[in-house]
Write a protein of this length. Structure first.
Lengths: 172, 625
């Protein structure tokens, strides 16, 4: 009887130690850059100010799409907004906004103050759907092509350099 | 100079530990009833040299001897003396040396304090303890040497991370180490007891003082860590279920279980094996915690540099420890018959053990699950407060109830005691008053409030009873009262906390609930080791027209270059006002977070009481011995 327990305990301990051993030296920093080159997840998003859902599948009809995750309460979003407005003038590119965990009133004021670069505006009031895109903070911006392939992923506010890069890619 | 001296002293203390291993083993075969004088002499030398190596390292920090890599990487000449000293254990290598010092201290104290115990039992304990000491010394010298030299010698050091420059954090590691490294002594005692077949009563009386002292220090260590997080991290919380906080909590659950089981073991033989298992598990869990913190497999506020070789060493040691303990246990553990009366005091104490093991399992799973999932499937998740609160909170109810009624039962007798008494009546009345005044809707929180009120009132009654009946255990009353207060204060803190987060420029005003917050001014200034932007805020409570001023800061330290956000906290007896600000880069807008945190002082004070109970228990045992 005792022997049985001994074998059982040893087996459990060996399993735990093997897993802990394998976990040593693994990269612990969470990054979603590995998503680049992969296909965008298929997610249904709610429209910002009307009923119904918008599927990311529909983005295949645009040549290039920029998905931007933002909120009115987010300082860096305020900072990058002028760049989005600038990018919205490029006819090869459509910008889809995902308003993240925000209040409608504040979000509308933000857009009326700073300009509205979004071709389509959707919302993710609980922040759960954004996880499917690998979003773990805002602002984040994803550039995809008409095959829904992720070309670029920007974590944090985009800047002049990023704007030039995006324009270069979509104008090719 | 100090580096070479430190290496020499540490090497000699390793040789002394190995000699002690040999001497103790040799002494086992001698017929004398007393432990050989030589062992005492060697032990004395061992503790002397180990302390000396630690003092050498402290000296190197004090005089800023940058020929030591460790001092160069973690200190700076402009640092105040106090933080130069505390910087000694603010890094992996230095804190490992502190670890070893505590291992040696407990080994020595055991040798000189438990003189009346069986000779072979003491010798085996020394052998196990010295195996631990030698292994850690080898680890220190080969992998994590704090005395490693650097050439050419730099003129200035890299500085200590500013968030570690805090009085609470200076004493947090030593307290916590006395707690969980102290548990090594009952790990060694337990294995020695198995081999030498020591009886239950001796085992219980031997480990009891060590358990209570390590338990008290562990409690204090956790408390100080919590206070540090609250004041320094600027998140406005005191417990985050961070994996490293969990690493200190897991041994604490086991120590608590052990503390209670030992009480039973003193009176009955039935729990012998269980006490041994708990003793082994407590130290094992402490080493698991050390592994998790130092191997870098977890992401946490305690970021020791990620070094897989370090993790590999601790993991190998842990494996060796676990496999040999299991082997020794199965080889030597006696068969026991368990015969308990269901309503006797020991049954209640055993129930406490079930709760502690359950809490341990929940926290262990929550901590390790993400690591296992990531390793086995590559999926990254994090387990946060909702998991712990959801699973643990309901179980507080029966635990609080048992803590109230359990101690009233008699030892071994199955007598059922009526639970309806005057304390319960008062508790319910108090609770009704609270209920009417708070209008809280969560039934669970309300019940927790009720049960903790009952525990508090009952322990107050017990306290007065103590004057009539000297047999009542005062330390139990104080610790249980402290625990009741803790849960009571945390619940009220949960209910009454107010939080508001917003963006503002200088001159802006924000109104919400009963408060108005005015951002009146912003000043920047330069100090010796940092630059600072200080905000001036006036918080007006419109309900009772009082106002207070808060001045949070954003500091940019130069060595090493780090930005810290200093919360401004106004502490009053019943409630804290907590304000932090952070800048939004290249704008003049600041993100402001205001929090009203009631009953914080009560939370700190109640944990202090819990720990005080343990210290009283310790002094009681020592008197008895």
């Amino acid at each position: 009887m005792r022997k049985k327990y001994l074998v059982l305990l040893y087996s459990i301990a060996i399993f735990i130690f093997i897993v802990l051993y394998l976990s040593l030296g693994k990269n612990k920093v969470y990054t979603t850059q590995e998503n680049i080159g992969k296909k965008l997840a298929e997610v249904e998003l709610n429209y910002f100010d009307k009923d119904g859902e918008f599927s990311t599948k529909e983005l295949a009809k645009f040549k290039f799409t920029l998905l931007n995750f933002w909120a009115s309460w987010c300082g860096p979003c305020r900072k990058e907004h002028k760049h989005l407005v600038e990018l919205s003038k490029n006819s090869n590119l459509k910008i889809i906004g995902v308003n993240f965990k925000d209040e409608k009133k504040n979000a509308l004021k933000f857009l009326s103050d700073m300009g509205d670069p979004f071709f389509i505006l959707t919302k993710d009031p609980e922040g759960k759907k954004s996880i499917n895109f690998g979003i773990y903070g805002i602002p984040e911006t994803i550039l995809i092509d008409n095959e829904l392939k992720i070309l670029k992923k920007y974590v944090g506010p985009i800047n002049n350099k990023d704007v030039r890069e995006i324009n270069r890619i979509v104008n090719k | 100079m100090l580096g070479s001296f430190g290496i020499a002293v540490t090497t000699i203390s390793l040789l002394l530990s190995l000699s002690l291993l040999y001497l103790s083993y040799y002494d086992l075969k001698l017929s004398s009833n007393r432990v050989s004088k030589k062992i005492y002499k060697f032990s004395f030398l061992q503790i002397l040299l180990t302390f000396l190596s630690f003092i050498t390292l402290i000296m190197a920090y004090v005089i800023s001897d940058f020929s030591l890599i460790n001092v160069y990487e973690n200190s700076h000449t402009t640092k105040p003396l106090f933080y130069k000293i505390s910087g000694t254990w603010g890094n992996h290598e230095g804190s490992l040396l502190l670890w070893i010092n505590i291992l040696v201290l407990f080994s020595f104290l055991f040798l000189i304090l438990d003189e009346n115990k069986n000779k072979n039992f003491r010798l085996y304990t020394l052998i196990f303890q010295n195996i631990l000491i030698s292994t850690f010394l080898i680890f220190l010298l080969t992998n994590s040497n704090p005395f490693s030299l650097l050439y050419p010698v730099p003129t200035e050091g890299m500085g200590l991370n500013p968030i570690l420059q805090d009085p609470a954090l200076a004493i947090h590691p030593p307290l916590l180490y006395v707690g969980f490294v102290g548990s090594s002594i009952y790990f060694s005692i337990a294995l020695a007891a198995l081999i030498t077949k020591v009886d239950s009563k001796s085992l219980a009386t031997t480990i009891k003082p060590w358990v209570s002292v390590s338990w008290s220090f562990q409690t204090l260590g956790i408390l100080v860590g919590s206070i540090w997080a609250y004041y320094e991290l600027g998140w406005g919380g005191f417990w985050f279920w961070d994996p490293v906080e969990n690493s200190s909590l897991m041994p604490w659950f086991l120590m608590t279980a052990l503390l209670h089981s030992v009480l039973v073991l003193e009176r009955r033989i039935g729990l012998y094996s269980w006490v041994i298992i708990l003793s082994i598990l407590t130290f094992t869990m402490s080493v698991v915690g050390t592994f998790l913190v130092r191997s870098g497999i977890l992401n946490s506020v305690h970021t020791f540099a990620n070094d897989p070789s370090r993790g590999l060493f601790i993991l190998s040691f842990l494996a060796l420890m676990v496999f040999s303990s299991i082997y020794i246990f199965f080889k030597y553990a006696p068969n026991e018959n368990k015969n308990y009366k269901i309503f006797s005091k020991e049954s209640f104490i055993l129930l406490n053990n079930w709760f502690m093991i359950f809490f341990l399992a929940v926290v262990l799973i929550g901590t390790l699950y993400p690591v296992f999932l990531d390793t086995l499937t590559g999926q990254k998740i994090s387990v946060g407060p909702p998991y712990y609160n959801f699973i643990l909170a309901p179980f507080l109810l029966p635990l609080l109830f048992l803590m109230t009624s359990g101690p009233k039962h008699k030892w071994i007798s199955p007598e059922i005691i009526g639970i309806f008494n005057i304390a319960l009546f008062i508790a319910v009345s108090l609770f009704i008053i609270i209920f009417i005044s708070i209008k809280e809707s969560s039934i669970l929180l309300l019940l927790i409030l009720l049960f903790s009120t009952y525990l508090i009132t009952q322990t107050i009654f017990d306290f007065f009873e103590k004057f009539k009946n000297k047999n009542i255990n005062l330390s139990r009353i104080i610790s249980h009262f402290g625990f009741g207060m803790l849960i009571f204060s945390i619940s009220l803190n949960q209910i009454f906390s107010v939080e508001e987060s917003f963006n503002a420029r200088v001159g802006d005003e924000r109104k919400f609930k009963n408060y108005t917050i005015k951002f009146s001014n912003l000043e920047t200034f330069t100090k010796k080791n940092f630059k600072s932007a200080k905000g001036y805020f006036e918080i007006i409570n419109n309900k009772n027209s009082t106002s207070q001023n808060l001045t949070p800061e954003i500091r940019v330290y130069n060595k090493p270059e780090t930005i810290t956000y200093e919360a401004s906290i106004n502490t009053r007896l019943f409630s804290d006002s907590y304000l932090t600000m952070s800048n939004i880069s290249s704008t003049d807008v600041f993100n402001i977070k205001f929090q009203k945190k009631p009953f914080m002082n009560f939370i700190w004070f109640s944990v202090l009481l819990i720990s005080l109970g343990g210290i009283l228990q310790f002094t009681r045992f020592r008197k008895k011995i």
